[in-house]
Write a protein that binds this ligand. Sequence first.
Ligand SMILES: [Zn+2]
Length: 53
Amino acid sequence: MPEYRFTCPKCDACATVDGGVRERLLVVGCPVCAGGVDTPAFVEVSPHGTDRP
Ligand SMILES: [Zn+2]
């Protein structure tokens, strides 16, 4: 399952989340400030341990 780097556009909180959590945050908002979260707040990240450049 892909992971995503979440950065809150309102409070700059950061977290690495999986796809399920991403969907949840898009609905419920930031867990820190409860601000609205949109898709650009998430950037897909490669899993650790790969040899991709
Ligand atoms: Zn926030």
